[in-house]
Design a protein around this ligand. Structure first.
Ligand code: PEP
Ligand code: MN
Length: 279
């Protein structure tokens, strides 16, 4: 009996899912998140773009101006970076968020930045419009409960080895704590393949959409780790029904302090936006 319930394949076909509030059975219509005049969810395509890390006031200002000129409405930038090595750049912290907030106000953009510690929830909420819970913290349950208590949307990224059920149960923590504005983000999982940084699982889009009413975004930057794959996988994600994309972009991508290999140049981003508008 216990074997049956531990089998994730069988679990999905069971009439009762382990998550409730996140499920399509609980809510039939798609959740549409409204934030500062923008929408995430349903058929509108949300493009979240910006550097991996906020590096300086001029860097984030230049990127914000550029992505706004290309029609993107959401600005990303990490200020608290979850780096695999403690010797790598950890982000500018609150100072970086100030820079991003100023740039976003200047160009009318909605901001997204990662939260790593529940103690930072009030400070991040003061500076950022959408709080991101990164792949490494997808199962940090105290953080999920903390962001469940705020009145801002939460972008929840899939963990490296999280099943669909794991992701939806993490979303459930946030919903259950009282925050209905949860966005799911497929960002690749760890497999035996080493050519790409992660294996971008595009099947996650229709699966999440059938199991849940929450918006589904795709991050092909972290999902592939290679800038030459980002445009193709962005188009594929949109064709598969994604409600939006998260893209890393920098004026001098090779000089990015973090994630240089997967970061698009301005020219590449412009091309991507043109191809997106044509579909
Ligand atoms: C990021 O978006 O900056 C990031 C670190 O992503 P992930 O959590 O998907 O690795
Ligand atoms: Mn990055």
């Amino acid at each position: 009996m216990s074997l049956v319930f531990n089998d994730p394949c069988l679990e999905e076909t069971a009439s009762a899912t382990p998550y409730k509030l996140a499920s399509r059975t609980h809510q039939l219509e798609n959740t549409i998140i409204h934030i500062k005049g923008q929408r995430i969810g349903g058929s509108a395509l949300a493009v979240i773009a910006g550097p991996c890390s906020i590096e300086s006031k001029t860097q984030i200002d230049e990127i914000a101006a550029f992505i706004a000129s290309q029609g993107a409405k959401f600005l990303r930038g990490g200020a608290f970076k979850p780096r695999t090595s403690p010797y790598d750049f950890q982000g500018l912290g609150e100072r970086g968020l100030d820079y991003m907030q100023q740039a976003a106000e200047r160009y009318g953009l909605v901001t997204v930045s990662e939260i790593m510690d529940s103690a930072d929830v009030p400070m991040l909420s003061d500076h950022v419009d959408i709080l991101q819970v990164g792949a490494r913290n997808m199962q940090n349950y105290s953080l999920l409960k903390a962001v469940g208590q705020i009145k801002k949307p939460v972008l929840l990224k899939r963990g490296f080895s999280a099943t669909y059920t794991d992701v939806l149960l993490s979303a459930e923590y946030i919903l259950q704590a009282g925050n209905a504005d949860v966005i799911l983000c497929e960002r690749g999982i760890r497999t035996f393949e080493t050519y790409t940084r992660n294996t971008l699982d595009l099947a996650a889009i229709p699966v999440f959409q059938s199991l849940s009413h929450l918006p589904v975004l795709v991050d092909p930057s972290h999902g592939t780790g290679r800038r030459e794959l980002v445009t193709t996988m962005s188009l594929a994600a949109v064709a598969a029904g994604a409600s939006g994309l998260m893209i890393e972009v920098h004026p001098e991508p090779n000089q990015s302090i973090s994630d240089a290999k997967q970061t698009l140049s301005f020219e590449m981003f412009e091309q991507l936006m043109k191809r997106l508008s044509s579909i």
